[in-house]
Ligand binder design. Structure first.
Ligand code: CMC
Length: 391
């Protein structure tokens, strides 16, 4: 062993200094550049939050317009990248496609892979944020066998994404303002969350000087897991499996049973030991969307009742397990028409903003070094090689 602090899961290790996001897990507070998440979700837009996270301040009207114009200019992807999709099986999980296609961007944009040039870093960042909706929508289109749609830059960032996902060339697509607003809010709620597993992955990958497209692909891979971004997909599947409120106690019992690997998906958080402030906004948005769309999904009743039962159960109270951002997001996304396999892709699309902001902050930090954790070695002590015939 060496003189290292052993901290599995990094529960008490700060890996960096950051000015982007603040979380007080005991109080259930989340601030982006000082602004509370509920105010941003209610009053701001995803593009404005993207600007805020990347540049540190809210934009004035001119800066905002210029930023949106810049992002809009980069929404198309190289035609040859579209061919990349055809190499995947139709039934490929869209997150598998995302890992591959986003990583492949580095082969198309050599000019913006010079990480030491701030101008190139900014262009790469804009490209990533702008192309993500196009890449995500194409992953969906490929899975359902419909033609890819080119971006329509007269639409908003979110409206354009909805059209590329749900529109078809044969018909005009009207963006529903209620869905557009809800989707924009969901993107805001997922935009950044300080040093979570995928963001730490992006920073660690970037610390070696790897290009930003490869770093974001690494973040996508990490986000995919069910303990992280994959939880929204897992949470909705769980709610569907429970099906009716009378089955809830059975699942609560399983979640508490230490011999059963089952966990209540969308519940619990490494940092929040109180209600996740994002889950509050998400629940309200779910109400609004389901009301407006006239959707009467029994899954929502199951979710609400499950939440109430868990919040009053000793096990969940003692362990301070509350609903997290993923608990209600699936209910909304499913009402909008997304298949569960796309949920984590939407998370990745939104989190790209945070990843890019954090990656830039890391590169600009004079204290930045290659991330290189040590270990406590617990293996064999030195011993001599034994010839195979003598073993
Ligand atoms: N259901 C049942 N028991 C749970 C749950 C749950 N969802 N979450 C934690 N526990 C228990 C766990 O068994 C442990 O009990 P004990 O101390 O007796 O061993 C205790 O609570 C602490 O859990 P932990 O796994 O040590 O805590 P962690 O900080 O390592 O894990 C977590 C945090 C989010 C991975 C975990 O709560 C979990 O697996 N939740 C379900 C998956 C989920 O919803 N993930 C999304 C997180 S928010 C969005 C995102 O990050 O992408």
């Amino acid at each position: 062993t060496g003189a290292f602090t052993y901290d599995p899961g990094f529960t008490s290790t700060a890996s960096c200094e950051s000015k982007i996001t603040y979380i007080d897990g005991d109080q259930g507070v989340l601030l982006h550049r000082g602004y509370p998440i509920d105010q941003l979700a209610e009053k701001s837009s995803f593009m404005e939050v993207a600007y805020l996270l990347m540049r540190g301040e809210l934009p004035n009207p001119d800066d905002y317009d210029e930023f949106v114009r810049t992002i809009t200019r980069h929404t198309m992807i190289h035609e040859q990248l579209a061919m990349f999709y055809r190499g995947f099986r139709r039934d490929a999980h869209p997150m598998a496609i995302m890992c591959g296609v986003v990583g492949a961007l580095s082969a198309f944009y050599h000019d913006s892979t010079d990480i030491n040039d701030p101008v190139q870093r900014r262009i790469a960042s804009h490209r990533l944020i702008a192309k993500m909706p196009t890449i995500a929508a194409m992953a969906y289109k490929y899975s359902v066998g419909q033609p890819f749609l080119y971006p329509d830059n007269s639409l908003s960032y979110t409206g354009n994404f909805l059209r590329m996902t749900f529109g078809v060339p044969a018909e005009a697509y009207e963006v529903d303002p209620v869905i557009e607003a809800a989707m924009d809010k969901i993107f805001i709620l997922h935009a950044d969350h300080e040093q979570n597993a995928s963001t730490s992955t992006v920073r660690l990958a970037g610390s070696s000087g790897a290009n930003p497209f490869a770093c974001i692909a690494a973040g996508i891979a990490c986000l995919w897991g069910p303990a992280h971004g994959g939880a929204n997909e897992a949470a909705l599947e769980m709610l569907r499996e429970i099906g009716t409120p009378d089955k809830i106690p059975e699942y609560i019992k399983r979640a508490k049973d230490k011999d059963d690997p089952f966990r209540l998906m969308g519940f619990g958080h490494r940092v929040y030991k109180n209600y996740d402030p994002r889950a509050k906004v998400m629940q309200k948005t779910a109400n609004e969307v389901l009301d407006k769309l006239g959707v009467d999904d029994p899954i929502f009743d199951v979710a609400r009742e499950l939440e109430q039962i868990a919040l009053n159960d000793d096990y969940f109270v003692e362990k301070k397990l509350y609903p997290n951002v993923d608990f209600y997001s699936g209910v909304i996304l499913s009402a909008i028409g997304f298949p569960t396999s796309m949920f984590t892709v939407l998370f990745a699309l939104a989190r790209t903003v945070g990843w890019v902001a954090q990656w830039n902050e890391m590169i600009e930090d004079p204290a930045q070094k290659i991330g290189r954790p040590r270990q406590l070695y617990t293996g064999a002590t030195a011993r001599d090689y034994v010839e195979i015939t003598n073993r």
